[in-house]
Design a protein around this ligand. Structure first.
Ligand SMILES: Nc1ncnc2[nH]cnc12
Ligand SMILES: [Zn+2]
Length: 335
């Protein structure tokens, strides 16, 4: 049995495997600019975040119906369960779908169908986090927040993703204030490709409760001290950082240094269909490449539950942390 863990940084659209993309394309009469899954996979050689985003948004053309979104989410949950995920806080990009004429209700309806079945089917509790595309105008994000009104009982929080550099967090101040007034939790990508100052801004201007990535905090010692002091969770994605060239190699990833500095680190898969592994694969990869021992893996798993939005189910959180503490690597073996 794998180590129990929560996944807190996972874009559901980033779990679209080539096989499912082609199956949905055939079903929906969509022509993809690739002959087959092999050719598509060969295109997964990214230069940076933008080169990934171009392909990622393009492939979403196959996602059209409620069934498509339900199948996508169910396929992720099945894989996640196999890798020890017991709780998942799942990002989705509403504007990437509404811009193509897919109604928000179709997206939320399809995802919710899979998520609602997950506790019984896979033993996974879930939350849904709606992300705004930061390279679109703030007015578009505000409009999306308004349009989400009827679905707010399904949505736990908001996030901020897409092309980071040139789109600082402060651009979304009013949107985050409006979301906070609605009782939504707040997270944001910051310090993936953007500077450490974006992390500060996400904290000070947007009032976020977790930083997605946060890798570049290391360039600002005072910021690191603050993140440690405030026990601010970072949702790191080491395989993503390698594929999008934020770090040169997995062996050079600063995760061990960040843990040693006292940062509240979690390990996640980001867009696993594109970056070479789901979250259990990621735990395995960092164990091998960075020489993390059982106690460090246990700390990462414990952190994932501590950093999760399980406040309305403290009993479940405590139960999951106890399962991490009781996990016997010698007997069970897999991270
Ligand atoms: N790693 C990432 N950074 C920013 N936006 C994203 N959307 C999907 N994956 C992303
Ligand atoms: Zn991400």
């Amino acid at each position: 049995m794998p180590l129990p863990k929560a996944e807190l940084h996972l874009h559901i659209e980033g779990t679209l495997e080539p096989e499912l993309a082609f199956a949905l394309a055939a079903r929906n009469g969509v022509t993809l600019p690739y002959q087959d899954t092999e050719e598509l996979r060969r295109a997964y050689l990214f230069e940076d975040l933008q080169s990934f985003l171009d392909l990622y948004y393009g492939l979403m053309a196959v996602l059209l119906t409620e069934d498509d979104f339900a199948e996508l989410a169910d396929a992720y949950l099945a894989r996640a369960a196999d890798q020890g995920v017991r709780h998942a806080e799942i990002f989705f990009d509403p504007q990437a779908h509404t811009a193509r004429g897919v109604p928000l209700g179709t997206v939320v309806g399809g995802l919710s169908r899979a998520l609602d079945a997950a506790p019984e089917r896979y033993g996974i509790s879930t939350r849904l986090i709606m992300c705004f595309l930061r390279d679109l105008p703030a007015e578009s994000a505000m409009e999306t927040l308004r349009a989400a009104g009827p679905y707010l009982d399904r949505i736990t929080g908001i996030g901020l993703d897409s092309a980071e550099v040139g789109h600082p967090p402060a651009k979304f101040k009013e949107v985050y204030e409006a979301a906070a007034a609605l009782g939504l939790r707040r997270v944001a990508h910051a310090g993936e490709e953007g500077p450490a100052s974006y992390i500060r801004e996400a904290l000070d201007v947007l009032g976020v409760e977790r930083i997605d990535h946060g890798l570049r905090c290391l360039e600002d010692g005072e910021l690191v001290d603050r993140l440690v002091r405030e026990r601010m969770p970072l949702t790191l994605c080491p395989l993503s950082n390698v594929r999008l060239r934020a770090v040169d190699t997995l062996e050079a990833h600063p995760l061990p240094r960040m843990m040693a500095a006292g940062l509240l680190c979690t390990v996640n898969s980001d867009d696993p269909a594109y970056f070479g592994g789901y979250v259990g694969d990621t735990f395995h990869a960092v164990r091998e490449a960075l020489g993390l021992g059982p106690e460090q893996l246990r700390e990462l798993a414990r952190n994932s539950f501590e950093a999760s939005f399980l406040e309305d189910d403290e009993e479940r959180r405590a139960e999951l942390i106890a399962a991490v503490d009781a996990y016997d690597f010698a007997v069970e073996g897999r991270a």
